[in-house]
Write a protein that binds this ligand. Structure first.
Ligand SMILES: *Cc1c(COP(=O)(O)O)cnc(C)c1O
Length: 374
């Protein structure tokens, strides 16, 4: 039945479909009556949060009756010194998702446009549509191309018009795991008018091991229209707390600051993020577990006859060769939650987060028996 208030909703909202998150473990276990299931569906860190962050949260509990520091002074100081930038360049968000929405609210209007790539992280389209703006989608490199599924920057540039206000690029991209090398990305940014905001989403930055993968924060001083977003949800293991940030020209940060909610990052998230930033060992072990797991899963998938799209993130996009839904369902029954990506126009694919070694083995064992009983 049609929503009876649909006609009253803002135009952009009328055509919007809600974001579909990975299935929570609790929901699976309630619905299927099973236990001990694992979730490899939302690119969370299988090692959990760093102990230092848990200690910081415990210590901060006595101040829960107070509003958080709305300016995030200490977290911005910690980020600024780690990244070698001015605190005024930082915008904190309730997850980096919040910053992506703030960017859309700040720079887009109903008659303006944003440019994204096919298979780009779906939140960009949602943020653009919610404010009534138009999203232009550039085709990716086709199957068979050396960079198949990856962003085609020339195709994206061709969609830039007088109306374009924002270009969103995830590097690496979710759900494809594809990435852009330093030279091509830098040339692209250089070739676009400074009147277009370029957002480089580096949610998985800390996982990438390729030598020519760029750190776009280093470019922010050169390109005033560049905004780099990062998050504590992925390698830092704090997805449940919701904290992320952007680095940009101070004038962009000042505009985002006009739009954001005054207390958009809660106090526990702020102290946990500071502690996590100061815990390089947790990041290092997370990287190692991921690199090993990525290799094991890629090999295992190929051995089972599936096609893997090379990934530099903490997840893998796998082409199951036919409708992926039955595999998804069978894995759920085995207590393993992965992510279907039909909503991305990829009905034959599954996106699988790299887990601990035990979790990866459990997934491969479950998938092997599904394939064998086919
Ligand atoms: C997970 C993810 C984010 C981060 O979301 P948060 O709101 O910070 O939890 C941002 N961009 C991409 C591409 C992601 O995959």
């Amino acid at each position: 039945m049609e929503n009876r208030f649909l006609r009253l909703a803002a135009e952009g909202i009328r055509g919007l479909s809600p974001y579909v998150p990975g299935k929570p473990i609790d929901e699976l276990e309630r619905e299927y009556g099973i236990r001990n299931s694992i979730k490899l569906a939302s690119n969370e860190n299988p090692l959990g949060p760093p102990q230092s962050a848990i200690r910081a949260i415990t210590a901060a509990q006595s101040e829960l009756s107070l509003y958080p520091d709305g300016g995030g002074f200490h977290l911005k100081q910690a980020l600024a010194s780690k990244l070698g930038i001015e605190p005024g360049c930082i915008t904190l968000g309730n997850g980096s998702n919040d910053v992506l929405v703030l960017l859309a609210e700040t720079f887009l209007t109903a008659d303006s446009e944003a440019v994204v790539s096919q298979y780009a992280f779906v939140v960009y389209q949602l943020a653009v549509q919610a404010v009534g703006a138009t999203c232009k989608v550039a085709a990716v490199y086709p199957a068979g191309h050396a960079k198949a599924y990856g962003h085609d920057l020339d195709a994206m540039r061709a969609l830039v018009s007088e109306k374009t206000r924002i270009i969103f690029i995830a590097n690496p991209n979710n759900p494809t795991g594809t990435w852009l090398a330093s030279t091509e990305l830098e040339q692209f940014i250089d070739s676009v008018s400074e009147d277009v905001i370029i957002v480089i989403d580096e949610a998985y930055n800390e996982y990438v091991e390729e030598p020519d993968y760029p750190d776009a924060v280093e470019w922010v001083n050169r390109f005033p229209n560049l905004v780099v977003t990062r998050t504590f949800s992925k390698i830092y293991g704090l997805a449940g707390l919701r904290v992320g940030y952007s680095v940009s020209h101070q004038d962009i940060a000042a505009l985002l600051n006009r739009v954001r909610q005054p207390f958009n990052v809660n106090s526990l998230a702020q102290v946990a993020a500071i502690a996590a930033l100061d815990d390089p060992d947790h990041v290092a072990s997370s990287r190692t577990v991921n690199a090993n797991g990525l290799r094991l899963l890629a090999q295992g998938m190929e051995d089972l006859g599936f096609t893997v799209i090379p990934s530099v993130g903490n997840f893998l996009l796998v082409d199951m060769g036919r409708d992926a839904a039955p595999y998804y369902e069978a894995l759920l029954r085995a207590g393993v939650i992965v992510r279907p990506v039909a909503n991305y126009g990829l009905p034959h694919h599954l996106r699988i987060t790299v887990g601990t070694n035990d979790q990866n083995k459990r997934l491969m064992a479950a998938l092997t028996s599904i394939v064998e009983s086919d």
